[in-house]
Design a protein around this ligand. Structure first.
Ligand SMILES: Cc1cc2nc3c(=O)[nH]c(=O)nc-3n(C[C@H](O)[C@H](O)[C@H](O)COP(=O)(O)OP(=O)(O)OC[C@H]3O[C@@H](n4cnc5c(N)ncnc54)[C@H](O)[C@@H]3O)c2cc1C
Length: 372
């Protein structure tokens, strides 16, 4: 079996890159050991927030902002190809301060972000409650990122898988054991089905990227950071926008479900929902909007963010010719899906990337090595 490009992993990153490569006319094979989208990509809150997540001006903020700007057209394209809705919801993000100290921290951040032209409004407690009346009386102030959005990552994962298939990408179930490297070049992968030859290999295996032999990343480049989420049901919907506090966030879905997240745990690959994890996410949600205390818990889950030492993704080419990376997206893989798809596919195709990928190169993490 051969392909122009093989993509290891069918999460949002693998499917997004596969979509773009297939659209460019390459024969693309996506290798997924489970169900496409089954791991981190379907566990995410679906928040699209450069303002809260990137915090400081710099290349990472620019990457996040570029991806957000691409989202409306990306969603329209994927929905058209797949014939499925992905739950994209504009309306902005709020980051609330529940004490005066945090209100000051937020005001300082707003100043920096305004300085680079970000759309951020500083609100007092009453202003925040006018936008979201269910917010706590303790709300001292908030930043309002009016241009930000959210979506349902489970729906996006399904639609992106379908969209990539519709433009010709093939999907094959099974485990990739390693990247086949000959004379310093990636020549394919070793898969449950045997050797698959390819002119380019894209590693998009999320938190499991370091388990793919031949990854050529430095030790510790990608590790799992567990996140737990509890979903509540509110009818009528209690909130309409994503709301962050210092401790976490709540993400409303249009049907009234509200996701409460998330923990940040170094727990290896132990996929558990724990008493302490639930306590944390439920407590922070009730602090943000006290009426959530009466809402039934309808679902809980956990999964693994692919974290890098600096919290930023690994994108594009690395030390081995024909081996490309779309991994390490940590807390922002949903937000970064459109720009990752465009930038990594450009690297594979030898076209100019939409932005400078040097800050996200594996080289920044130290010297690479071949092996497990
Ligand atoms: C609780 C939680 C909340 C989050 N909230 C947000 C959010 O609100 N906004 C946001 O932008 N991001 C969020 N994230 C982060 C986001 O989910 C991830 O960054 C993103 O999903 C990573 O996408 P991925 O495709 O790299 O990884 P994954 O979705 O994990 O996909 C990797 C795929 O590779 C497959 N795979 C691995 N190894 C192999 C192998 N050897 N052979 C074959 N297949 C293999 C896996 O089965 C998996 O399907 C959250 C994450 C968590 C856990």
């Amino acid at each position: 079996m051969n392909a122009d490009a093989v993509v290891v992993g069918a999460g949002l990153q693998g499917c997004g890159v596969a979509l773009r490569l297939a659209q460019a006319g390459l024969s693309v094979l996506v290798l997924e050991r489970s169900i496409p989208g089954a791991e981190a990509s379907s566990a995410a809150g679906g928040i699209l927030s450069p303002g809260v997540e990137a915090v400081e001006p710099g290349p990472f903020y620019d990457l996040c902002a570029q991806s957000l700007a691409r989202y409306p057209a990306f969603v329209a394209e994927v929905e058209r190809l797949a014939g499925l809705w992905v739950g994209f919801r504009a309306g902005g993000t709020l980051e609330v301060a529940l004490d005066d100290r945090m209100a000051q921290v937020l005001a300082g951040r707003a100043e920096k972000l305004s300085g680079i032209g970000a759309e951020v409004h500083v609100l007092d407690g009453d202003g925040a409650r006018r936008l979201e009346p269910a917010l706590s009386e303790q709300t001292r102030g908030a930043l309002y990122f009016a241009g930000e959005a959210s979506l349902d990552p489970r729906l996006l994962g399904r639609a992106l898988h379908l969209a990539a298939s519709r433009v010709g990408a093939r999907f094959l179930t099974g485990q990739v054991r390693g990247i086949a490297i000959e004379s310093g070049r990636a020549v394919g992968v070793d898969h449950d089905a045997g050797r698959i030859g390819a002119k380019a290999v894209v590693l998009a295996a999320g938190a499991w990227s370091m388990q793919v032999a031949g990854h050529s990343l430095p030790p510790g480049a990608v590790r799992p950071v567990r996140g737990q989420i509890a979903a509540l049901d509110t009818r009528p919907p209690l909130l309409t926008r994503v709301v962050f506090s210092e401790k976490g966030y709540v993400v409303p879905r249009p049907d009234g479900r509200i996701l409460c997240g998330s923990t940040m745990e170094e727990a290896g690959f132990e996929k558990a929902v724990t008493a302490g994890g639930l306590l944390h996410v439920l407590e922070l949600a009730v602090e943000i909007a006290p009426r959530l205390a009466a809402a039934p818990v309808v679902e809980t889950w956990s999964n693994f963010r692919p974290a890098t030492p600096d919290g930023q993704p690994v994108l594009g080419a690395g030390p081995v010719a024909n081996l490309f990376y779309a991994t390490g997206h940590y807390r922002n893989g949903v937000l970064l899906t459109p720009v990752t798809a465009d930038a990594v596919s450009a690297a594979v195709l030898g076209r100019p990337p939409p932005l400078d990928l040097a800050p996200f190169s594996p080289a920044r993490l130290g010297s690479g090595r071949r092996g497990a």
